[in-house]
Design a protein around this ligand. Structure first.
Ligand code: SAH
Length: 211
């Protein structure tokens, strides 16, 4: 998507970007491409594609929850910072922890945080299952199937908080796995499916509440 399409589409999500936020995003893109030459961060490198499949995609969380209502967020398996860094840029009030089991990618994220002058955001090199903080919101994009996500991350979600899984197409996985995983402790609050603008890839968001 072009810059113009990006702005139009995130406005439809309820986000009115400032010039500073758009500049931060552009700098993030430049750093991503620069560091991608040294380490494997993303196979998507064309600008229009990164803006659609990484940046816009990260912000679709707004379809399922209003992040203005929450304070702390942990992005599990953040990789090159999706959705964590993008959310920090557009929801600067959030206190964000970016977690990944791979240390190398976190070096890149430390540099992004420094260069974009982002505050109240830090990186943590740990496996989700060994981590023991609590957050209002835990996000995970393209990290594991729902069964594993529930096993690895629900202990990080505060009571009345949410796990949000950002996924591609989930048809078969959902019916067979998610339903059987739900127990008295947590519940599926919402599942939404939609297509990305411009080229129509299938996406799903799953919202799970820790009761
Ligand atoms: N969320 C990013 C990266 C997805 S790739 C994106 O959407 O582009 C999955 C990432 O999860 C990898 O960086 C991997 O190192 C990390 N990961 C997988 N299992 C993990 C675990 N149990 N704890 C922490 N990180 C994990």
């Amino acid at each position: 998507m072009t810059d113009k399409e990006f702005i139009e589409e995130i406005k439809l999500l309820g986000i009115n970007p400032t010039q500073e936020q758009l500049s931060q995003l552009e700098e993030y893109y430049n750093l991503l491409i620069e560091w991608n030459n040294k380490m494997n961060l993303t196979r998507i490198t064309e600008k229009k594609e990164v803006y659609l499949k990484h940046f816009y995609d990260s912000l679709t969380i707004n379809k399922i929850i209003n992040l203005n209502d929450y304070n702390t967020l942990c992005d599990i398996g953040t990789g090159a910072g999706f959705p964590g860094i993008v959310l920090k840029i557009f929801y600067p009030h959030l206190e964000i922890t970016l977690v990944d089991a791979r240390e190398k990618k976190l070096k890149f994220l430390d540099e992004v945080i420094k260069k974009l002058n982002l505050k109240n955001i830090s990186t943590k090199h740990i496996r989700a299952e060994e981590y023991s903080e609590k957050f209002d919101i835990v996000t995970a994009r393209a990290v594991a199937n729902i069964q594993k996500l529930l096993d690895y991350t629900m202990h990080l979600v505060k009571k009345n908080g949410y796990l949000i899984a950002l996924k591609g197409d989930i048809d078969s996985e959902l019916v067979e796995e998610v339903q059987t995983q739900i127990n008295k402790q947590y519940t599926i609050k919402n599942i939404i499916k939609f297509n990305l603008p411009v080229e129509g890839s299938k996406r799903s968001l799953i919202l799970i509440k820790n009761k």
